[in-house]
Design a protein around this ligand. Sequence first.
Ligand code: ACK
Length: 942
Amino acid sequence: MFTVISTARVYPPNEETLLDTRTVPGELKWAASPTEGGWEEVSIMDEKNVPIRTYQVCNVMEPSQSNWLRTDWIPRSGAQRIYVEIKFTLRDCNSLPGVTGTCKETFNLYYYESNNDREHYIRESNFLKIDTVAADESFTQVDIGDRIMKLNTEVRDVKVTTRKGFYLAFQDVGACIALVSVRVFYKTCPLTVRNLATFPDTNTGADTSSLVEVRGSCVNQSEEREEPKMYCGADGEWLVPIGGCVCNLGYEERSGVCQACTVGFNRAVSTDRACSKCPPHSHSEKEGAAVCDCNPGYYRSESDPASMPCTQPPSAPQQLISEVNETSVVLEWSAPLRLGGRSDISYSVDSLKGPLGAQLCLPCSQDVLFSPQQSGLRATRVCVSELQAHTRYTFTILARNGVSQGHSAGAGQSVSVTLTTNQAAPSPVTSIQAGDVTRHGVSLAWQQPDRPNGVILEYEVKYYEKDQKESSYRIMKTASRSADITGLSPLTVYLYQVRARTAAGYGEFSGPLEFSTNSDPLPLIGDAASSTLLLLSISGGVILLLTSTAVFIISRRRGKYSQAKQDSEEEKHLNPGVRIYVDPFTYEDPDQAVHEFAKEIDATYIHIEKVIGIGEFGEVCSGRLRLQGKREIYVAIKSLKAAYSNKQRQDFLSEASIMGQFDHPNIIRLEGVVTRCKPVMIITEYMENGSLDAFLRKHDGHFTVIQLVGMLRGIASGMKYLSDMSYVHRDLAARNILVNSNLVCKVSDFGLSRVLQEDPENAYTTRVTGTYHSPGGKIPIRWTSPEAIAYRKFTPSSDTWSYGVVMWEVMSYGERPYWDMSNQDVIKAIDEGYRLPPPMDCPVCLHQLMLDCWQTERTHRPSFTQILNMLDKLIRNPTTTLRRTGGDRPVPSLLEPVGGPEFVSVWSAEDCLQAIGMGMYRDTLTTAGYTSPDSLLTLTHQ
Ligand code: ACK
């Protein structure tokens, strides 16, 4: 009897047992051949007293043994390779006396695949040999009866793939063997989860080297990232995992499974490994949230990642400032106070327009240009152009960001400004057509300009012979949109151009229309009358030519300024866009003029600080003005005294109507008027240094000549602008020039022109200015030209005279012109050819320019364009032009006749000519013997 010492067994997890003799209840009853004397089933007890079945054979004494023992049919159960583990004892032949030659120490193991599970007989020939099995070194000790024996364990494997099951057989060839147990199993790769994919229990392949490819399936709440695959190796090990799955959004991987995010957490992006806390201003109320919902009042744009905090639309842009320039406006603003937690802010501009005084607003026409664009603006600035002139507009700047669409953060995401555009010249006439054409004329017609920018007052037709270009042209004016041009030469090609004029000035000329007149009938040959006429006209032409040549030469000599002056007037007249000043008293209702040219200011925007002087109509104060949407600025406030007549009110406001038409750095700028409440006020820019005469007196001798010339240049520039606009100032004097903190001089006081023309009785402070009661009003005698005093001939040339006096005032630091001479004496001295001498340290060329301004013949005086050019030349070359002065003698108490000796003594003839802009005549005059400054003095106009 055998007693098994240790038989308790636990199978490895990757082995599926098909047969284990130790677990078979009862007898095995395997088939044996021969049925007697061969293998015998013997029951024994293991150490736990559990009966186990063994088979034994021990025919060691007999030769040629072949004892077969066959198992019952074993179902394959899908296995492809089976393993047979045999535990056996085998007697050592040496330990058996007398068995030499017959005793064996091996047995053979066979198998036979079959679908038949009930084969009765052992058909030995059906069996295939697996191996010959011998005892080996690895054994355990077993107690067999009173002896200790070695228990061998041998494992063999074989491929079984063809039938549903198989039989095993043990052939004994003469050994003494006890088969203690037989276990048949196959190997599997056990169910496993890798990369969130489940791989099922998988039978290994048929061959020892085979790899079975297995596709995994994603665990719950996960999805395939890449097809999950693994290989089941022959020894039941999983190999080479490929691909895998990822947890669905709202879930995270924990311990190889996908578990829901807890409340307040989310997992929104598959690349995130774990759930994360909801971003600011969002929440999740349930487990497994992919995305956290925004809190009330917060939003996410379509392109916002769920990991981003929820955000809000921006608040309104701030501090909208507008800068109107004729028909353009620049709008600037600051970013909103609250950006809503985003950086993708952009702005758009809405615009409404309406006529002045009207309630209804209409969206702007599409012609308006927005630069860089109307919406999607990243910068806080836009320029709006091509607006209608003199029209009220409301511009609204709207701030948006990625969550603005459909979500309003409440009131006020926009800021608005209402403004009025300035006057602007009309756009060019574009469509001219020629109608009837005759030998001497053509009729033209055209359409109104696209943008008239106001009421068209008239059209101007300019025409000239094509061959002559524009050297000689004619002008015709008409109020209608057609013109009959007459007096043309027959069979001649003419070019015609048309432009329109409004209160704001001329627009540009149209492109030229080319048209030829018809042919003239030829004069009869031999016709006495026509021959005589021809002769007369030829000789007349020759005389005319000679005369005009002579006149030309003379006028070239005498009329340096008059020629240039006419040029400049021509130039101004033809210059497109040059605005012409509109006399406010041509308006039936003067209030209308005020509102046409001046902006009405709400008195609450004005903060008066102190009284700075007394004007003609009341106090002048300084203060601050803060218009809606504009920066606060310092202003001067002229107010109309409490008890005023209607006439005084009109006169007072006429200055604003005039000033409001000007826009130049050297003209005092009008900010607006207050007419709808009392006191009536005129608001202008503030000039820190007050009027020029007082300022110079206060700073006597403090400035360089260049600084003084710089001031004069500014005044000349302002005066050129006024004369270009056909405005005659009539009271140009240092007291009417204001100076700002940068020493910029600006022309002011635009009241007198009216006083003189319309109201001769109106008082003009005689005490201050020394005026003269002329039949047409009071005149500032010391500043006024002889022809204006004598017969009220006020022209730009009379302003030039006054400018000469201002030059003198400036160069003498505010000295009173003609000192304490009486007005009558001044008039008399001027009439006799005396002029003011150069002030102390005044460069000679400047005094020469004064003398030019004081030419008795007004057409000989320089225009402001020429004065400006000359001052520019002086400023450009100060060392050669401004160096020489009239001497440092004391201020003369006497007037000097023009061309006094000290004037020329320090100049070369060439310097003088250069300084007064006549350098080009140097050669001609030198040839004619004018080589010294003295000789130049003898040069007369003739
Ligand atoms: O010489 P002023 O200081 O300069 O005194 C007179 C006063 O008001 C009466 O006209 C001064 N004034 C007038 N307009 C302005 C202005 N725009 N800025 C500063 N001061 C001004 C002038």
